[in-house]
Design a binder for this molecule. Structure first.
Ligand code: NDP
Length: 252
């Protein structure tokens, strides 16, 4: 797989996302929280999706106090999300906001870190549900709206273990390979029939709760903060990446 890098010294314009509506999953914490704040700071109206309402409310408040466009909150646990939940969200976005220009699939769960031989089916299913199946339901629900936008961007979140398999990363790694595959299939499907581009982004080691739980012995500050990797998230969501589709990017 050929990996892509950002243009060097990428410097997004302050108005990069002005007038755009962007849905971010897992927007209450970690990289999703930083992406929601960065998108709002660059002019977007952000739809904050996540499972912990208090965290979404805190992000909402941060955007409001920074004088960003008024965001919207959509509480949804992707472990139990149904077709009907995703379609309701699409209808609500259409009714309240009129358009959808971007979708950042960011929410994921790590699951068990153990050999396949002793992995539990319950954990395997939860990881596949949140990291893969819910992405499919949300993507399918949002596509009609995204395809109506003048140009739209779907960004899938990958991982190093979604590009080269590694022992003991189990369902999480398999789910990230599936994510890369989903990105490629969708990008190929849409390339000649819509202005929606589809790419994947591997954030790389980043100081979040997920990273700290995967590497408890590591010094957290040895990795960049989520805010530090936002240039890649802005580049792929804004018009500077127009026309680029089906590519796998690294944020670091
Ligand atoms: P965090 O665990 O810090 O944040 C994940 C976010 O997703 C949280 O807001 C969490 O909500 C939300 N989420 C988890 N499960 C669900 C669910 N069932 N329904 C709705 N929301 C859910 O992770 P990161 O910020 O580190 O990771 C973000 C993305 O980056 C993931 O896709 C991850 O795989 C990927 N990644 C991260 C790396 C890293 O080093 N951090 C490296 C490579 C890839 P809540 O806060 O309520 O639990």
């Amino acid at each position: 797989m050929q990996k892509q890098s950002l243009p060097s010294n990428y410097n997004p314009s302050p108005d990069l996302l002005k007038g755009k509506t962007i849905l971010v999953t897992g927007a209450g914490d970690g990289i999703g929280r930083s992406a929601a704040l960065a998108y709002a700071a660059h002019g977007a109206t952000v739809v904050l999706l996540g499972r912990t309402v208090e965290k979404l409310e805190a992000v909402y408040d941060e955007i409001e106090s920074a004088q960003g466009a008024q965001p919207a909150i959509f509480p949804l646990d992707l472990a139990s999300a149904t077709e009907s939940d995703c379609n309701s969200l699409r209808d609500a976005i259409e009714k309240e906001l009129g358009t959808l220009d971007g979708l950042l699939h960011n929410a994921s769960v790590l699951g068990e870190r153990r050999p396949i031989e002793s992995a539990t089916y319950a954990s395997w299913q939860e990881v596949m549900q949140v990291n893969v199946n819910a992405q499919f339901l949300l993507t399918r629900a949002m596509l009609p709206l995204l395809n109506e936008a003048p140009t739209a961007s779907i960004v899938f979140t990958s991982s190093g273990v979604g590009r080269t398999g590694r022992a003991f990363w189990g369902a999480y790694a398999v789910s990230k390979f599936a994510t890369e595959g989903f990105m490629q299939v969708l990008a190929d499907e849409l390339e000649n029939i819509s202005n929606t581009r589809v790419n994947s982004l591997n954030p790389g080691a980043t100081n979040t709760a997920m990273r700290r739980s995967a590497y408890p012995a590591e010094k957290p500050t040895s990795n960049p903060s989520p805010d530090a990797i936002m240039p890649a998230y802005l580049y792929l969501m804004g018009e500077d990446s127009a026309g680029i589709t089906g590519q796998s990017f690294d944020a670091q």
